[in-house]
Design a protein around this ligand. Structure first.
Ligand SMILES: [Zn+2]
Length: 76
């Protein structure tokens, strides 16, 4: 299992990336046979933003539904 605590950024740093503002957590849940073992956590409050992913979500900013922090996913 790989858990990544995401990097928190400022709104001015979002740039051209997609901003995802989920209202619940985790915002992403992998599914199906062979669901993965990648987990993302909010870099501010630690709430789980994604779980059981088969591969990284990249070049996207996830607004934490719990604390509002802007978390950047890894660069693609
Ligand atoms: Zn948070």
């Amino acid at each position: 299992m790989a858990t990544f605590k995401l990097n928190v950024i400022e709104a001015s740093q979002i740039g051209s990336r997609k901003l995802n503002e989920p209202t619940f957590s985790p915002a992403y849940i992998g599914s199906g046979a062979g669901a993965g073992d990648i987990y993302y956590e909010c870099g501010e409050c630690g709430v789980r933003l994604a779980e059981d992913l088969q591969r990284d979500i990249t070049d996207e900013v996830i607004k934490c539904p719990q604390c509002g922090a802007l978390n950047e996913t890894p660069a693609g």
